[in-house]
Design a protein around this ligand. Structure first.
Ligand code: NAI
Length: 332
């Protein structure tokens, strides 16, 4: 049995978390859940969206499954997601994006993974008003973090039998910051000469992803580019309802979550697609050494999507969150 911290989260979070937990249990996942609350409602009660209890639970259990957390736009408290990633030093965000059977979308051959540096860049939150009407926002790039993510990306490629890594950057403009990033990724590549390596400017990358997504395997990039390009990648395979992610730290700490947010427009209406959260739970099962349960979850999700009957509205169907969850459990 593995003890796992469960953070249901805001908006659609509790609905998709409940679905994922039911599916993991049906698949024979040997998990003892420890539920703790974080997010916007917790911030109103406690003054912080991430109470120490949450951090302590994850540090103790080392593994967490997290629902989306709402961040107020333009003011209010700082992002609880960024706070969690920073406080737990979850430096690598891994977002696999693969065409799923039966999902109606523009491509049938996408199989890439976005590896996003998770700890710095413009997400350092260092902003200030210089004089009224002028704001300075600091982009922090360090050799330590770039080397760490570079090594992670090449190791990920090697461990998963992948043959190509693309570093995404804007070093033509940010010559120092993105220049340092590229220099570190090149250094990391030296240990993996058998892996093909290329560098691509971020704007060109967006165009290439839309035109020829099959040319990418592992894509490594700074925090902001990774945030944006992983949503773009989700769109290539049918949307945010389908894409899972892992936040990996040092010393075995890892937090798994869907790429999507709290979707306030559909929250509480039993309409959310639980597949992204469920596939995140499958990534977690693989990570903690329960690959059979992980494969059962993935197989059942794929069977239900391929069947095309019990699919949610974001995929063109009419099924509720509960109906697709029941169908996945039946397929298991
Ligand atoms: P969002 O991902 O919540 O929603 C974008 C669009 O995708 C919406 O139309 C939504 O209905 C749809 N969508 C998302 N997930 C879906 C699902 N599982 N099934 C069906 N449709 C789905 O992004 P948005 O609206 O920009 O952000 C809402 C809140 O979520 C914000 O407070 C934001 O800060 C937060 N957020 C949190 C994240 C996290 O916890 N990791 C990640 C992204 C956003």
């Amino acid at each position: 049995m593995q003890k796992v911290t469960l953070i249901p989260g805001d908006g659609i979070g509790p609905e998709v978390s409940r679905a994922a937990v039911r599916i993991v249990e049906a698949a024979g996942g040997k998990i003892v859940w420890e539920t703790v609350e974080a997010g916007a409602e917790v911030a109103i009660k406690n003054g912080t969206p991430v109470p120490d209890e949450v951090i302590n639970s994850i540090i103790t259990n080392r593994i967490a499954l997290k629902g989306p957390l709402t961040t107020p736009v333009g003011g209010g408290f700082a992002s609880a997601n960024v706070a969690l990633r920073k406080r737990l030093n979850l430096y690598a965000n891994v977002r696999p994006v693969k065409t799923l059977p039966g999902v109606n979308c523009r491509y049938d051959n996408v199989d890439l993974v976005v590896i996003r540096e998770n700890s710095e860049d413009l997400y350092s939150g260092l902003e200030h008003i210089v004089v009224p009407g002028v704001v300075e926002s600091l982009k922090i790039i360090t050799e330590t973090a770039c080397m760490r993510i570079g090594k992670f990306a090449f190791k990920y490629a090697a461990d998963n039998g992948l043959t190509k890594v693309t570093a995404v950057h804007k070093a033509n403009i940010m010559k120092l910051a993105d220049g340092l990033f590229l220099e570190c990724i090149r250094r990391a590549h030296r240990d993996y000469p058998e892996i093909e390596y290329e560098e691509l400017i971020v704007d060109n990358t967006c165009m290439q992803m839309v035109m020829r997504p099959e040319r990418f395997q592992v894509m490594v990039m700074e925090n902001l580019y990774g945030d944006i390009l992983s949503d773009l990648a989700s769109g290539l395979i049918g949307g945010l309802g389908l894409t899972a992610s892992a936040n990996i730290g040092e010393g075995g700490v890892a937090m798994f979550e869907a790429v999507h947010g709290s979707a306030p427009d559909i929250a509480g209406r039993n309409m959310a697609n639980p597949v992204a959260m469920t596939l995140s739970a499958a990534m977690m099962l693989s990570h903690i050494g329960q690959p059979e349960a992980a494969n059962r979850v993935r197989g059942a999700v794929e069977a239900v999507l391929a069947g095309g009957k019990s699919i949610t509205r974001d995929l063109g169907g009419t099924a509720s969150t509960t109906e697709i969850t029941d169908a996945i459990i039946a397929a298991i």
